[in-house]
Design a protein around this ligand. Structure first.
Ligand SMILES: [Zn+2]
Length: 136
């Protein structure tokens, strides 16, 4: 998925960098950012098969977890290439990992091909392993 990049500046260390961001009008679409701040993955909630699986598991087993849907969903995602976890909507500075970032409103004219989030490790788990991973 080709996504427009915006200039971000870190309020903590002053580092400036380009990173992809979606417009507010792309319903059901999200960018997941790695905990290191170095990797992005694209999520289309309508197209992601695991999304419904997580929703079902929560509904049938522990409806209260619904409030933490994003956290639970993140547990089903493969790790970023640098071994850190993907989270939804929390971009971190790639230099100091601060989340105090400002973003310019005009896009940079640069776009980046952001890979779709994958769930390969999750798909290899048994039903019981899946339940114990997310329902703890
Ligand atoms: Zn920083």
């Amino acid at each position: 998925m080709n996504i427009a990049c915006f200039r971000h500046t870190c309020a903590t260390c002053g580092y400036g960098f380009n990173a992809p961001a979606l417009s507010d009008f792309q319903y059901g679409a999200f960018i997941m950012c790695s905990d290191s701040g170095l990797h992005d993955a694209f999520l289309d909630a309508f197209d992601d098969k695991i999304w419904n699986e997580v929703d079902d598991l929560i509904q049938k087993n522990k409806p209260l977890l619904r409030e933490k849907f994003w956290e639970v969903f993140a547990l089903t995602c493969d790790l970023a290439p640098d071994g850190t976890k993907f989270e939804i909507g929390l971009r971190k500075c790639p230099r100091c990992r601060s989340t105090s970032l400002s973003r310019e409103t005009d896009n940079t004219g640069i776009s980046l091909d952001v890979p779709a989030i994958t769930h390969n490790a999750w798909c290899k788990l048994t039903a019981e392993q899946k339940r114990s991973r997310i329902l703890k």
